[in-house]
Design a protein around this ligand. Structure first.
Ligand code: KG4
Ligand code: ZN
Length: 330
């Protein structure tokens, strides 16, 4: 039995969680900084870092007490090394190093994107190989997850990430930050075919969402010339239709070409109801997605990822803001 404490501070969630054998959640504690950043319309890195400093130790204590464990019952400390905001990553990494040193436990560092995918191992029987669609605020990737040591990026966004597109469209429609959950809710009341927005014509498994965001902006400008009341529900539904259609189409194509029947969704946008429903309607596939609280940033996915494939790191390990080119990690 391996019990790991995971820490996550790559952006604006301060989280600690304890997971047994990569699959059983013993506790998951989190403070979201969304209310702090909302007034700025996005995450302010220095404000985020200061907030992590204030709450990380509280989250660690809470994770241990909710799991009913003391530190001597842990087998290791896991944390996110990158990608993310350097100033915030260093807070989780420094806390993990300090605990590893003082509690004499191995330090395991994981990639945040790999961790998002690993949220799907919690409480399931999922095993590789599978195709994963990773859709978060900073990344959009289709991955061929052959095994824990061999993960190939088949395609990714050439500009905005899917979550970023949701956030930008949310802002331009005056819906606040983050746009994803609000658009998801409002879109369910609108007509997805009211406006024809472009999918972004990009070859292979890559994506482009910046043209879509501009198309929504142009449509809004056009409508504002003739009406004071924007059809927000139809705009949200039509935007969401364009995003989800292309994500599903390319992921299913990748699965078919590789002859794989298992599809895994991960990242904040994997909480989207329309995206899930489109995948569920595609017959002949086993589709996995984490419960909502494990889609957006959390520490349970970090502890799970470290169990399956965490590097045993030295205490001088650094953080990285961007995902390193494969093979170039030190
Ligand atoms: O994975 P995540 O928590 O953070 C990153 O690693 O980026 O993803 C956050 C993103 C935000 O862009 C947010 O708008 C989006 O996920 N999001 C959603 C939904 N819930 C969160 N997008 C669409 N529908 C949702 N229900
Ligand atoms: Zn994330």
């Amino acid at each position: 039995m391996t019990v790991l404490l995971g820490l996550e501070t790559s952006c604006d969630e301060t989280a600690a969680a304890i997971v047994k054998d990569g699959r059983t959640l013993l506790s998951s504690c989190l403070v979201s900084q969304t209310p702090i950043h909302q007034k700025f319309g996005g995450v302010v890195p220095e404000v985020a870092a200061r907030s992590h400093v204030q709450t990380i130790n509280l989250m660690i204590d809470e994770a241990l007490s909710k799991a009913g464990l003391t530190y001597d019952q842990l087998d290791g400390i896991a944390c996110t090394r990158g990608p993310g905001l350097i100033g915030t990553l260093l807070i989780g990494l420094s806390a993990a190093k300090a605990l590893s040193w003082s509690w004499n436990l191995p330090l395991k560092t994981v990639d945040h994107l790999f961790a998002h995918v690993c949220a799907n191992f919690i409480d399931t029987d999922l095993e590789p190989p599978f195709v994963a669609l990773l859709v978060s605020g900073g990344h959009t990737q289709i991955l061929h997850f052959k095994n824990f040591d061999d993960i190939q990026i088949l395609g990714e966004t050439l500009d905005d990430a899917a979550g970023e597109a949701y956030d930008k469209v949310g802002r331009l429609l005056g819906l606040g930050y983050p746009g994803g959950p609000v658009i998801d809710k409002i879109a369910s009341k609108g007509n997805p075919n009211a406006f024809k927005f472009p999918e972004g014509v990009v070859k292979g498994y890559d994506f482009s969402f910046s043209g879509l965001k501009t198309a929504v902006l142009r449509q809004v400008e056009k409508l504002q010339k003739v009406t004071d009341e924007l059809p927000i529900e139809d705009l949200c539904a039509s935007f969401q239709e364009a995003v989800t259609r292309v994500l599903v189409k390319k992921t299913l194509k990748a699965a078919d070409e590789l002859g794989l029947k298992t599809i895994v969704l991960a990242g904040g946008v994997a909480a989207n109801r329309e995206l899930r429903s489109k995948f569920e309607k595609a017959s002949g596939y086993r589709v996995y997605f984490p419960s909502n609280h494990l889609c957006t940033d959390n520490a349970a996915m970090v502890a799970a990822a470290a169990f399956f494939h965490g590097e045993n790191s030295k205490l001088n390990v650094g953080a990285y803001s961007r995902q390193p080119v494969r093979g170039s990690e030190e």
